[in-house]
Design a protein around this ligand. Structure first.
Ligand code: CA
Length: 236
């Protein structure tokens, strides 16, 4: 499952444009046009990020934000009018992680979304679908990752992994259903000091797929175009 984004915008053309761009980037998107409906949806649903316009009918964006934050920690990026300095300040005070001023270039919005998702990974969905046993095992369907023994098996067959392949697989499994960017993976797998190319991540993904997906005929590691990689919950 890719990252889920709730777009709250009452200008229909703009909402539709943003929705299409986000879908094109591989996100799962829902749009709401009123503050009240948006708040209900944000509270009921499970979103990785909310894009929230401030000027909305029924309940304005800042009020939606304040009420949402009492219940949930979903990251919110505000869409504000140019020069609405007070809105920006109030919004950040109320817990928004960022804001984008209208009219915006879609590339800027997409970049801020990527940053927000990276800095605020979803908490509640973290290890759903992965069972973590007391012995430090991660279990994804037929695959078992024995962390202390540094051993990965699929249906009992051992899969030989290098240290970095192991770390990569572990990171993806521990962040089940969260799309991790190449930069995030790079930090986890190669460390902060790593100064090489981020495409080294693609290379490790290829190695992992050749050892797991290809051999055992599963579709474990998914590519989310323009975003990164994810392992979704095991589905039998
Ligand atoms: Ca509006």
């Amino acid at each position: 499952m890719s990252a889920k984004i709730l777009v709250v915008e009452d200008e229909e053309k703009l909402a539709r444009f943003v929705e299409l761009e986000l879908i094109h980037e591989g996100y799962e998107v829902r749009t709401e046009g009123s503050g009240r409906a948006a708040l209900a949806e944000a509270l009921a649903g499970s979103y990785d990020l909310i894009l929230l316009d401030i000027m909305l009918p029924e309940l304005n964006g800042l009020e939606v934000l304040r009420r949402l934050k009492k219940e949930k920690d979903t990251p919110v990026i505000l869409l504000t009018a140019r020069d609405a300095v007070m809105d920006k300040v109030s919004g950040l005070d109320a817990g928004a992680v960022d804001y984008v001023t209208k009219p915006f270039a879609i590339e800027e919005l997409l970049a801020r979304i990527r940053v927000a998702l990276k800095l605020h990974p979803r908490q509640d969905g973290n290890v759903q679908g992965v069972q973590t046993t007391s012995e430090g095992m991660l279990v994804w369907g037929p695959l078992t990752m024995d962390i202390p023994r540094h051993r990965v098996t699929m249906n009992g067959h051992e899969i030989p992994l290098t240290n970095r392949e192991f770390l990569m697989l572990r990171t993806l499994l521990e962040n089940m259903d969260i799309v991790l960017s190449r930069d995030t993976l790079l930090e986890k797998v190669c460390g902060y000091e790593y100064a090489g190319e981020t495409n080294v991540i693609d290379v490790y993904i290829r190695y992992l797929r050749s050892k797991i997906d290809d051999v055992f005929d599963v579709h474990m590691i998914r590519t989310v175009r323009g975003v990164g990689y994810v392992i979704n919950k095991w589905e039998a």
